[in-house]
Design a protein around this ligand. Structure first.
Ligand code: BGC
Ligand code: BGC
Length: 873
């Protein structure tokens, strides 16, 4: 307690100076926006071990560090863009391995390669001492968000949405402890978990990273997870061997953005922000959390990374958070006036360490100049660095040996250890929610003949979801999961052990008539904005799963649906077509957990009943009037939060009446083939602006309608009509809708085209080109990876970095001004010119070096049965 008070006093002193300067502006800002600090939870009380030692060492180091060294501590770089030698030179505070990064750029590398990598970076940091002070070790971070799932062979726990359904905080603690051991095994010190978002709109691509729509449950889990990962804050065990630093993310309001748009704007009133979205933070801080990650999203138009009020006044002030705030992946570049290479505003708002994966080097020199000029005050720098150093002392890294010599690292049998897999399997059992069980079809007898059907039945990649081995998790095959069990394999071993038979049939065909069919289907893997959806309809336009259910049903075979998804979805037709329906979420590597509950034991008894209850409300329609789970519940969700059947409920209690099968979704919103529609870019696409002379490295991603374009030649604005691009003629520039490589090949008798609706406001003065850009997956531009990557022409799959284009000039020159027109260009024709359609990264790109003003209201993909007419039209 005393140490805490002392720390608080020091904190007050250090930021005192900033307050004097900032107080007037802050007061004005508070009044102008009617901010109400009083609404927020009171400061959390906690003691953590070695607080006095942390203060003393941090102070001693601070007195002796140079400004360069201080700035270094405030930056985190990604392994894809920094070498240990560079770390030794720049003395950065932290290194991360992002979702797309791995040792040697090999996502499927060995645990030993991971350990060697962390060892190389940590050892390099041990050489950063000077004549005046000892070396300051780095902390190495990774996204172990459902187990240490980037590493092949690790235990993969269910994603958070499934864990929420367990309502079991003690089990959460064990999951945290097991995860920490697997993280420590490869010499990593820090995981970017838990996510304590309170999801309100399940269309959000990160809905599965949220435990629940209930702030209460999120708060309970936040505390349990932090304690599991780090150990109890007041114990000798705290951050000792086998534990790992947690970070609580994303502060704040990530689960409440408008339309569920990732990185979007949360417009919640301050009460809702404080009482719903912030619920996890005081709990996590009390449980010992020392790091909070700032969020990409905005609150009422202000990016969180620039919110002094929320980061400094509320989090550090009102909530008494004395750890440090880390930024998110280049998130600072979204602040008006910032680039990823330069952003004093984020530091001034209260971010202590910026995550600058590929941009760290320029950020370092710009921040150093700003520190020297006083644009970032000495007091702010010292406050940030003191916080980082304190956390490093509290985490014990000053006493830690390099990973190769650590007692808790290098024993790779910890990865995927039997005890951890048992914990994960228990979590799978407890996460399953039974939504329907007509005629008591479940539990099944293990003596029966079961047909296991569906594309996802024997697919550990799909059952694990995003953030698995790589960022999106959508390139994984069965070989990537040694020691793991698919849902089919789990069923097969349960059934064969009892003398029954289980046959796998992806398409539902069979030779011997089965007693029952278990059909496993659901969402494919995705992460972050790539998972944003327009509606909650499952697989719009693709009825293959439903057809399968109907076909089995019509043959008189009882059908059990096991539905895999990162969120509650509108599946009324699928529920109608099933005798039993199980929401299985994203269960991870231990697929047997499903058979554990679906089948009786060999002796006929029920070994495991369904205990999972929904942590999120299940929607009645594909487009609920409000997508807010809690409001949805009030209106009458199909299944309210807390719903879930078990084997005790039979007959009418387990009966679900026939559900409305009309999705009530306007046709233009059903198709995934819309790239852009009325100021809304559809995931995985974003708008990028690029200087044609400089290539991809000079690209800016447009994330808010208000964002300024730093390019000389092109200014873009959006309103509800669409996006207006104004080329000034100052430099050749490209407007792109781009994302990541998508396969646009189609059968040769189909013309795949892009159609867009546009209005010319100023006719072109020079030639205008339209086309696509293609590139190899995971390719990073050299400008983004200083010193580490060399350009290989093979990375660009459409001839050049700029892409493959055709001439749009005559069309635009002859189009009347201010009138809407549509134009389509055939991808097949671009392919004939050498574009590789298997890896289209930007399906829409317009370039000119002259003047032109154009508004685009819609861009979509067409697949037509027609011979391509090359040249467009
Ligand atoms: C995500 C974070 C993650 C970070 C590092 C960001 O894009 O928003 O949740 O921790 O990347 O991979
Ligand atoms: C990284 C992720 C990061 C994402 C952000 C990816 O390339 O690997 O860690 O979260 O970019 O957009």
């Amino acid at each position: 307690m005393r140490a805490r008070r002392l720390a608080a006093a020091i904190w007050r002193l250090t930021v005192g100076a900033m307050f004097v300067v900032g107080a007037i502006c802050a007061a004005v800002a508070l009044r102008a926006q009617e901010m109400q600090p009083g609404l927020w939870p009171a400061p959390a009380h906690r003691t953590v071990a070695r607080e006095a030692e942390a203060d003393a060492l941090a102070d001693q180091l601070l007195t002796n560090m140079t400004l360069d060294e201080k700035v270094g501590q405030m930056i985190q770089a990604d392994i894809a863009s920094i070498t240990p030698a560079q770390l030794r030179q720049y003395k950065l505070g932290s290194i991360l391995a992002g979702g797309g990064a791995a040792p040697g750029n090999d996502m499927r590398t060995t645990p030993k390669a991971w350990l060697d990598l962390t060892n190389a970076f940590f050892s390099a940091s041990l050489e950063t001492g000077s004549t005046t002070h000892r070396a300051i070790p780095i902390i190495f971070g990774i996204d172990a968000v459902h187990g240490n799932a980037k590493v092949v062979g690790a235990t993969i726990f269910p994603h958070n949405v499934g864990l929420g359904a367990m309502h079991d905080a003690p089990l959460m603690r064990r999951i945290g402890a097991a995860t920490a051991q697997e993280v420590a095994a490869i010499g990593v010190d820090w995981t970017f978990a838990p996510t304590v978002a309170v999801v309100r709109d399940p269309r959000w691509g990160r809905a599965y990273e949220s435990y629940s729509e209930s702030p209460l449950l999120v708060a309970q889990y936040a505390a349990a997870m932090v304690e599991g990962l780090q150990g109890a804050p007041d114990s000798a065990d705290f951050l000792g061997p086998g534990h790992t630093l947690a970070s609580v993310k994303h502060f704040l309001g990530d689960g409440g953005t408008l339309g569920g748009r990732d990185q979007g704007d949360d417009q919640a009133p301050e009460t809702v922000l404080a009482q719903v979205h912030a619920a996890g933070y005081p709990a996590a801080i009390e449980a010992g959390a020392l790091i909070v990650m700032a969020s990409y999203n905005s609150w009422r138009g202000t990016k969180l990374h620039s919110s002094h009020y929320l980061l400094t006044d509320i989090l550090k002030g009102q909530m008494g958070f004395d750890g440090f705030v880390v930024g998110d992946w280049n998130a600072h570049e979204q602040i008006p006036g910032c680039t990823k290479y330069d952003c004093p505003a984020a530091y001034l708002a209260g971010v202590d360490m910026l995550m600058a994966p590929d941009s760290w080097q320029a950020l370092y020199s710009n921040t150093l100049s700003e520190a020297k000029s006083g644009a970032i005050s000495a007091a702010r720098i010292d406050d940030a660095v003191r916080r980082i150093l304190r956390v490093k002392v509290l985490a014990g890294v000053f006493d830690r040996a390099p990973p190769l010599q650590r007692p808790d690292a290098g024993q790779f049998d910890v990865l995927g250890a039997a005890a951890h897999r048992d914990t994960a399997r228990q979590a799978v059992r407890e996460s399953l929610v039974l939504l329907k069980n007509e005629h008591g079809i479940l539990p099944l007898s293990p003596h029966s003949r079961v047909l296991v059907v569906g594309q996802a039945a024997d697919d550990i990649g799909t059952q694990s979801g995003g953030w698995t081995i790589d960022w999106q998790g959508d390139h994984n095959t069965q070989e990537d999961f040694p020691g793991a069990t698919s849902i089919f394999a789990g069923i097969q071993s349960a059934v064969t052990a009892a003398g029954g038979t289980a046959v796998l049939s992806a398409d539902g065909s069979f030779d011997a008539r089965p007693d029952a069919a278990i059909v496993v289907y659901g969402e494919g893997p995705y992460a972050e904005f790539e998972g944003d959806r327009e509606t909650l309809e499952y697989s719009p336009g693709d009825t293959r799963d439903l057809t399968l259910l109907h076909r089995l049903r019509s043959q008189g075979i009882p059908v059990i649906s096991v539905f895999l998804s990162g969120r509650a979805m509108w599946v009324n037709p699928q529920i109608n077509a099933s005798d039993a329906f199980v929401a299985a979420w994203l269960p991870g590597s231990e697929g047997e957990g499903i058979a554990d509950v679906l089948f009786r034991a060999a002796d006929g008894s029920i070994a495991h009943d369904f205990t999972g209850r929904l942590g999120v409300s299940w929607p009645r329609t594909a487009m609920p009037a409000t997508f807010d789970g809690v409001k949805e519940q009030a209106r009458g969700a199909l299944f309210a939060r807390g719903y879930g059947l078990d084997y005790a409920q039979a007959g009418s209690a387990a009966h679900v009446a026939h559900l409305d099968e009309d999705a009530h979704v306007p046709a233009d919103r059903r198709t995934r083939d819309t790239l852009y529609h009325a100021a809304h870019v559809t995931a995985p696409w974003s708008i990028y602006l690029a200087d044609a002379g400089l290539g991809a490295g000079a690209e800016v991603r447009l994330t808010t309608a208000r964002q300024e374009s730093p390019l000389r030649g092109l200014v873009v604005s959006q309103d509800s009509t669409g996006v207006t691009a104004r080329w000034s003629g100052a430099a050749p520039t490209i407007f792109r809708i781009a994302g990541r490589a998508v396969d646009y090949r189609s059968r040769s008798d189909t013309n795949t085209a892009i159609e867009f609706r546009y209005r010319i406001e100023q006719a072109p003065t020079e030639s205008v080109l339209i086309g696509v850009r293609c590139m190899a997956p995971y390719y990073r531009h050299p400008a983004d990876a200083p010193g580490n990557v060399t350009t290989t022409s093979s990375a660009w799959k459409c001839g050049s970095e700029r892409g493959a284009f055709m001439d749009l000039t005559p069309t635009l020159k002859s189009a009347p001004l201010n009138a809407w027109r549509t134009y389509s260009y055939s991808l097949s024709c671009l392919a004939a010119q050498g574009a590789d359609l298997s890896t289209v990264e930007a399906p829409f790109a317009i370039a000119t070096s002259g003047r032109l003003t154009l508004t685009i209201s819609e861009v979509r993909l067409l697949r037509q049965k027609a011979v391509p007419r090359c040249g467009g039209g």
